[in-house]
Design a protein around this ligand. Sequence first.
Ligand code: NAD
Length: 441
Amino acid sequence: MAHIAVIGTGYVGLVSGALLSDFGHSVVCVDIDEKKIDALKNGEIPIYEPGLESVVRNNAYYKRLSFTTDIKEAVSTSEVVFIAVGTPPSDDGSADLKYVLSAATSIAECMDGYKVVVDKSTVPVGTGQKVKAVIRETLEKRGVNLPFDVVSNPEFLREGSAVQDFTHPDRVVIGAESERALEVMKDVYRVLFLNETPFVETDIETAEMIKYAANAFLAMKITFINELANVCERVGANVQKVAKAMGQDGRISSKFLHAGPGYGGSCFPKDTRALAQIASAAGAPMRLMDATVEANEQQKLHMVDKISSVLSSDLNGKKIAVLGVTFKPNTDDMREAPSLVILPELVKRGAFLAVNDPQGSKEGEWRFQAIKDSLSWHEDPYEAIHGSDATVILTEWNQFRTLDFSRYDELEAGKVLFDLRNIFSRTQLEALGFTYTGVGV
Ligand code: NAD
């Protein structure tokens, strides 16, 4: 059993901490956000992530998992210290490392023996060495010379299926510079190691790059199919059929080939921009990244144009039911969700929005503060649809897949559907008297 501290108790830190305790380790999760830690101590889970609550409760009950704002106590009792703080984009697109470096400084200020400092946050190549330098400088200031190793262990979990992803990863990447650190990390992931999960053992820089490469490639794949969808619309082809046949080619795979309103979330937008910035700063610009970032921004606005072109260029007086505002289903996360661009633009063109999202209203209420006079929140999709001129499906929550279209007459709602996730069939909807618009279908 290892003693582990996780600095940063957000989507990644909380999931990692909880599941590492589930692997049998003793884990203390640290955050500077007192409210978050207080809530966790009271058994409240600050994020919506299926399956997480019971893991947290169970391991907290057996005292394998605890929460604190006291980094000193957490570091002093742990040999392994994960950094899982945010790395938001700076103005130039590069990852802002202030939280990572501040966590590294805090660790060095209170370490008292050998530590393996593991960077789990997504960080540009070279950050591991910066973390090392910051720790060394801080130790020098303290006048102490303590042994430590820095490891890069990027995280690939997806929000919405984070518990499954963390316990069944496609691979675990470990970038380390010493045998000792590698052995400690193998012990941390012993449960996965025994399950024959592939381990990629490499240097820190390569591990850091693997994470950006994987995310950027997936974002590029989504953007490819989105742009192809726009072409399909013009030439009368069906992008869903095209994607299906493409995906049947084992070299391509069917994943991340679903046309839609553009990618969002806490990772793809910032990681694509960060890789573009890393590449150009290194003198080896990646034109594919620049194009991906730009095309994704365009895709969101293209959705608004599609809606306007069916309803009327000026949306004045139109009431639009919006189903889904989170960046994907099964999460309450709205960071960089397409809705953040699409909804304000619809309002700018004169629309009034009636919104339903199974988990998005709490975050949505402050994120859409600027358009709050043109937007109402509803507990139920049919309440949002009631009296609307059109319905836009923006996030493919399962609840929306079973919408009862026979209720539209009784709800006095316009039979106009913008299915921006292609979850319904045009033929079926048209047979029900709907004007149907999908993406590339
Ligand atoms: P988050 O914003 O949900 O959580 C970060 C947490 O760190 C916050 O609770 C914040 O209060 C805390 N924090 C900041 N500075 C701190 C400090 N000095 N000491 C203690 N706590 C501190 O972020 P996230 O979504 O969990 O992402 C964390 C990192 O993991 C990012 O680099 C992200 O790119 C990467 N990542 C995220 C995902 C994902 O799906 N969210 C997946 C893989 C990797």
